[in-house]
Design a protein around this ligand. Structure first.
Ligand code: AMP
Ligand code: ZN
Length: 468
């Protein structure tokens, strides 16, 4: 099994990825907050996580991946203050929170489908797991890592030897006021403490509330991912993914509460995708006008062009969105797909020629998911001195990771191919009939084809046919 080298935010190094159980990977992804459409920045993160999952599968690992859907508890500031994003979405659209959640969850998966992002094996909305959250919070209170103040339950970061395991944050950087909508919460013992369970908010009352040992309320955002991951993937996670903004506070808090709860190390590898920025800076759902897959489609771009746009740069570099570059990618993508479509279907793949390309493709991905290098290998295959069947076979294999539909025929092409297969089989039957000197049957086949709009001509090189 190939060793994949990955940058690990925890160790700040590229290192060989070794799951706890050889050959098996437990992978967790932070899911979308479903109060609005996903913007193409969010989708950059999901595209690159999809590539990571498919790379692991291509390398032979058995991957099980879980993702939450945030439909409660994510406040407008990640540092647990401000208004609940779901409630804001519901008010904006004069709908209920659950209506909003269903609509935008469906929209998210529809975007993912267009971008060939595989649905994780397990998808769990936060509102499905309230008992699990309560159980975990109760345990944290019982073992002294959480406390109740002003009606809410907080995680006590002061109890940890080391809180900033993922990031280099310091207290100065966290000065109240430095972040969007942050107001000092006088209930907190330490500035970095975070809410596990809310029963009090100065904003409009939550639509969705559940009974708990601390009163009617709702969970904080961070507890969702820890509890859902532990519920589905157990006490030891191999790899956890998200966008770079999740490093602090979300993932830092996930580690704090999961390890306090479990009493041991929780997750070994942390994979973070850098942001897609627009001309005004980081893309954000709360900015009003933002770029979506539907917007790109309305401008005439195939969604997979955006996937290719993302694959051409490294996931650990910020990516600047730009229509000029997207136009170039659109042209390159069209050319690539046409070239792939022109490869003949006949012949047998030359297995002995495939290995070197497979190796080059795997090496590119094993080098911290170097997708642009992997695409270069696709071009190398197309240029190489080997038959079309070999090229097709390699492209089909590589596309299980790249997801660019390199060999997907258009419907018209498919109809043409089906027709060609039918005509070829009729001609083979006719040839056999002629050999048997059954000329009546041979003529009958010619007539049947003619009725279907196909004319045939016998030449010295064999029978040729054309559509009339
Ligand atoms: P959200 O729906 O806001 O919870 O975000 C979903 C995912 O998108 C998270 O993993 C974020 O870290 C990620 N994300 C948010 N903004 C961007 C961006 N501009 N570029 C890339 N990923 C982002
Ligand atoms: Zn999360």
């Amino acid at each position: 099994m190939a060793i994949i080298n990955l940058y690990n935010t925890l160790t700040k190094k590229v290192e060989p990825f070794r799951p706890n159980e050889p050959g098996k990977v437990k992978m967790y992804t932070c899911g979308p907050t479903v109060y609005h459409f996903a913007h193409i920045g969010n989708l950059r993160t999901y595209i690159m996580e999809d590539i990571l999952e498919k790379t692991l599968r291509y390398a032979g690992y058995d991957v099980i991946r879980a993702m939450n859907i945030t439909d409660v508890g994510h406040l407008s500031s990640d540092a647990d203050s401000g208004e609940d994003k779901m409630l804001l979405g519901a008010k904006r659209e004069h709908k209920s929170v659950m209506e909003i959640a269903k609509f935008y969850q469906d929209a998210f998966f529809s975007d993912c489908k267009k971008l060939n992002i595989k649905k994780p094996d397990i998808v769990e909305p936060a509102t499905n797991c309230i008992p699990e959250f309560i159980r975990m919070i109760k345990e944290l209170v019982d073992i002294g890592y959480a406390y109740v103040a002003g009606g809410n339950v907080y995680f006590d970061t002061g109890k940890l030897d080391q809180y900033y395991v993922l990031s280099n944050q310091n207290e100065e950087e966290l000065m109240v006021g430095a972040r969007e909508d942050v107001e000092e919460d006088v209930n907190k013992r330490n500035k970095t403490d975070f809410v596990l369970w809310f029963t009090k908010s100065k904003f409009d009352d939550q639509e969705l509330k559940w009974d708990s040992p601390w009163g009617m309320g709702y969970p904080g955002w961070h507890i969702e991912c820890s509890a859902i991951s532990i519920k589905h993937l157990g006490e030891r996670l191999d790899i956890h993914c998200g966008g770079i903004d999740n490093v602090f506070p979300h993932h830092t808090n996930e580690i704090a509460q999961s390890e306090a709860f479990l009493g041991h190390k929780w997750c070994n590898y942390w994979f973070h995708v850098l942001h897609l920025n627009d001309t005004s800076g980081k893309m954000s759902k709360s900015k009003g006008d933002f770029l979506t897959v539907s917007l790109l489609e309305s401008k005439g771009y195939t969604p997979l062009v955006y996937r290719m746009f993302c694959l051409q740069s490294h996931y650990r570099k910020p990516l600047q969105f730009n229509y000029e570059v997207l136009d170039n990618v659109q042209a390159a993508y069209g050319k690539l797909v046409r070239k792939a479509a022109s490869l003949k279907r006949s012949g047998e793949p030359e297995e002995e020629k495939m290995e070197a390309f497979r190796q080059a493709f795997m090496d590119a991905l094993a080098n911290d998911i170097n997708t642009s290098q992997a695409i270069t290998v696709v071009y190398d295959v197309l240029k190489a001195d080997m038959n079309d069947a070999t090229k097709r076979a390699l492209l089909a294999e590589f596309d299980t990771v790249l997801g660019l539909d390199l060999l997907k025929e258009t419907e018209e092409e498919q109809v043409d191919n089906e027709l060609a297969a039918y005509v070829e089989s009729m001609l083979a039957e006719r040839l056999a009939a002629k050999k048997e000197k059954d000329f009546a049957k041979a003529d009958e086949i010619r007539d049947t084809l003619l009725q279907k709009g196909i004319s045939i001509k016998d030449t010295r090189e064999g029978t040729v046919w054309e559509k009339l």
